[in-house]
Design a protein around this ligand. Structure first.
Ligand code: UDX
Length: 434
């Protein structure tokens, strides 16, 4: 593929839109189809549907230069494109399995419109074996279109950077020619390309997410154990992370992992493994540990509040992590839901989130959130919370107590401001603990 060629992208979600704009930045002409009319209208007005650093500027640039256009029709995106990316959702079924019906419907729709020799690239996260099944599925309707797997590894909050400078690119296909064509998209980026078959590419994506899930559950378990044996997790992690085989990244304890990928993809891989007759016990344990982490946080909050019934809890942050306005499977909301069910009132603020569930009272300012509160819960590691004057926070609260689910604040500073402070795997700090 040479710059100037047309590429179709089906789906303007996180993965599709960021991929499309990354390809526009690499010089390709992009046609994106989007089924949601409101999202489509917004994109045509150069409005981004979710917050992601750098995304708005890329959209403005490429929409103005007419390097990207948006359409309601999947066929419109596909028919004149020698390469089409599928980036539609793969939600979970009731048993955790990935629901592939949207991917299948879209493939059935676009494959017959594509010219012989075209490449259909699956960006959506799908269980191992899906690409082979899709290839068989289109054998009659589009015999000369090759299905290639090119999974997405972007992290929300860093999606643009991850797409423009990927750590690695994994491409799974059957013919060298099709793999080469997908690889040619990345010729401008200095990255490592792993060439393999479709099923291996699909498993690579799932294994990456499953490994991260296991790593986080491991670190959360270690933090929980640190509390039980009176050790300090920050120092444990320093010593652990200095081992080059382990590293310090992606090792922060907290209220459990959330977001649209890690929890869903972990469950999907577990289900796919079970379908293949393999019990992925390590992953099952990681998921179970993650499910137990939010209730553990509630126990800490209950201890800090005395009782939850009638307690007023201030929550700083509801996004599933800092850097995004996304609350899907947010651990903050898991905790807030249990608190509300147990009779507490939750007053929350978040610098980016605009869409809050009804069981939360929303305020704009972190100081307004703590007015009269019995406990302050730090639920998302937004750096802006570090700028709030803790003495003023203490003065505004009914009782100066902090449960820092992200180990964001400096425990000693909180203690000096008069707080009883607990984190995750940290020693408690503050007047009542000394
Ligand atoms: C993840 C993967 O990182 C990415 O490679 C994949 O393609 C999609 O899923 P994302 O969901 O954007 O990306 O978020 P990530 O940064 O991985 O965080 C996932 C969850 O783990 C968040 O809830 C986050 O707060 C939590 N987390 C992450 C921790 O609790 N501690 C850490 O050290 C890192």
């Amino acid at each position: 593929m040479t710059p100037g060629s047309q590429i179709g992208v089906v789906g303007a979600g996180y993965v599709g839109l960021v991929t499309a704009l990354g390809l526009a930045e690499a010089g390709f002409d992009i046609v994106v189809s989007e089924a949601d009319g409101r999202r489509l209208d917004g994109l045509r007005r150069q409005e981004i549907p979710f917050f992601e650093p750098g995304l708005f500027d890329l959209l403005t640039k490429h929409a103005t230069q007419r390097r990207i256009r948006f359409t309601a029709s999947n066929a419109d995106a596909a028919q004149a494109s020698p390469m089409v990316f599928i980036a539609v959702p793969t939600p979970a079924n009731e048993n955790g399995d990935a629901d592939l019906s949207i991917v299948e419907r879209v493939v059935d729709e676009v494959a017959p419109t594509m010219a012989p020799g075209s490449v259909l690239v699956i960006k959506s996260t799908v269980p191992p074996g899906t690409g082979d099944r899709l290839q068989a599925r289109i054998a009659v309707i589009a015999p000369d279109v090759e299905v290639v797997s090119n999974p997405e590894f972007l992290r929300q909050g860093r999606a643009v950077a991850d797409t423009l400078q990927p750590d690695r690119v994994v491409i799974g296909g059957v013919s060298e020619a099709a793999i080469d064509r997908v690889a040619s998209l990345y010729s401008g980026a200095s990255t490592r390309i792993v060439r393999t078959d479709r099923t291996t590419a699909e498993l690579t994506k799932h294994a990456a997410n499953a490994y991260l899930a296991v790593r986080l559950s491991f670190v959360n378990a270690t933090a929980n154990l640190a509390e039980a044996v009176d050790a300090d997790i920050d120092e444990v992690l320093e010593g652990l992370g200095l081992d080059p085989r382990i590293g310090r990244g992606f090792l922060s304890p907290g209220p459990g992992f959330g977001g649209s990928c890690l929890p869903k993809d972990s469950r999907a891989l577990l289900a796919a493994a079970a379908d293949a007759g393999f019990d992925f016990g390590v992953l099952r344990a990681a998921i179970a540990a993650n499910d137990a982490q939010a209730p553990r946080m509630v126990d800490k909050i209950e201890r800090a509040a005395g009782t939850l019934d009638g307690a007023r809890v201030a929550m700083w942050g509801v996004a599933f992590k800092a850097g995004t306005d996304d609350t899907r499977e947010s651990p903050a909301l898991r905790v807030a839901r249990i608190l509300a069910d147990r009779g507490a009132s939750v007053v929350a603020c978040d610098p980016m989130v605009t869409d809050f569930p009804t069981f939360i009272t929303v305020v704009d300012d972190p100081l307004d959130a703590v007015d009269g509160a019995d406990v302050l819960v730090v639920a998302t590691e937004w750096p802006a919370f570090l700028d709030v004057e803790l003495k003023e926070v203490a003065a505004r609260m009914a009782r100066p107590r902090i449960v820092d689910m992200r180990n964001l604040l400096d425990a000693d500073e909180a203690a000096r401001a008069g707080f009883d402070y607990v984190g995750v795997g940290r020693r408690p700090a503050g007047p009542a603990f000394t």
